[in-house]
Design a protein around this ligand. Structure first.
Ligand code: ZN
Length: 273
């Protein structure tokens, strides 16, 4: 059971309904403990204004979504690295617990996934050098392997931790149940991660059938993921952060009144997590 103050709202959950101001006010109204803005939502509000808005609300910030996309231009370019630096600065500005990284898939036109992973590891290392200098943590989000080509070529928690082992301090994982629930290695890898590297925990559910692989995530309790088991595992391994609710739902939750969405999140926190 999760009481609302242990929940955080990822703004993508109500991206069709609310901007940052409404999200902040909605979180406060429903008693949530935190928020995790996406960069586009933060930019729309203005970084300084958004940071002040969040600070004044007293909400925690479970993460900023997102940096990464190192393979977008086929090689590490200044544009890619600079954008990640800006993302680090924005995460610092809003007091985020970490900057979440969706690392990028294959380079355009490429069949070289090993090459993509090499670009990603090097890029993460470059961003990490800067992030360490300003005290921001970098959380790599492994994505379900169905996104390996177009979104992220880091696809399991084990692979994520191998990269972390290589890069050293200040980098860890954002564990999103949607991406990792199926992995036979997930429980031992959560133990391996430990408290320092478990930087974020994202909640939603896996619907059967899933009608769209990107935008048909389920509300907690409506699908087949062992949410209670995974949460127990990350907590046993030392994760003490907010439980971030991140639901992309073109067909359902993005169509509903956002206050109904938040009320349902609060209820499912208590009953399904
Ligand atoms: Zn996530």
């Amino acid at each position: 059971m999760l009481t609302p103050e242990r929940l955080s709202l990822n703004t993508a959950t109500v991206k069709k309904q609310w901007g940052l101001r409404e999200c902040v006010d909605g979180c406060v109204r429903h008693g949530l403990g935190g928020i995790a803005p996406w960069r586009d939502v933060l930019h729309a509000a203005g970084v300084d204004e958004g940071a002040k808005m969040i600070r004044d609300s007293g909400l925690g910030v479970s993460g900023l979504c997102r940096g990464g996309w190192y393979t977008a231009e086929g090689a590490l370019t200044d544009a890619v690295l600079d954008d990640n630096k800006r993302a680090v600065d924005e995460a610092v500005a809003i007091g985020a617990a970490c900057l979440v990284m969706v690392v990028g898939g294959l380079a355009p036109g490429s069949r070289d996934i090993a090459g993509a992973r090499a670009i990603v590891t090097e890029g993460l290392g470059r961003t990490l050098d800067y992030a360490r200098s300003v005290g921001m943590k970098i959380a790599i989000e492994p994505l379900h392997p169905m996104y390996a080509a177009d979104r992220a070529c880091v696809n399991t928690l084990g692979q994520t931790l191998d990269i972390c082992d290589q890069l050293g301090d200040g980098v860890g994982a954002a564990v999103d149940v949607y991406h990792v629930w199926w992995d036979p290695e997930i429980l031992p890898q959560i133990v391996r991660a430990g408290p320092e590297r478990l930087m974020a925990f994202h909640l939603c559910d896996w619907l059967v059938p899933t009608r769209d692989l990107l935008t048909d995530r389920g509300m907690m309790g409506d699908g087949v993921i062992d949410l209670k088991g995974l949460r127990a595992a990350v907590e046993a391994s030392g994760f003490a952060g907010l439980n971030e609710v991140e639901i992309f739902s073109e067909l359902d939750w993005w169509k509903r009144d956002a206050d109904e969405v938040l009320a349902t999140i609060v209820e499912r926190g208590r009953t399904a997590c």
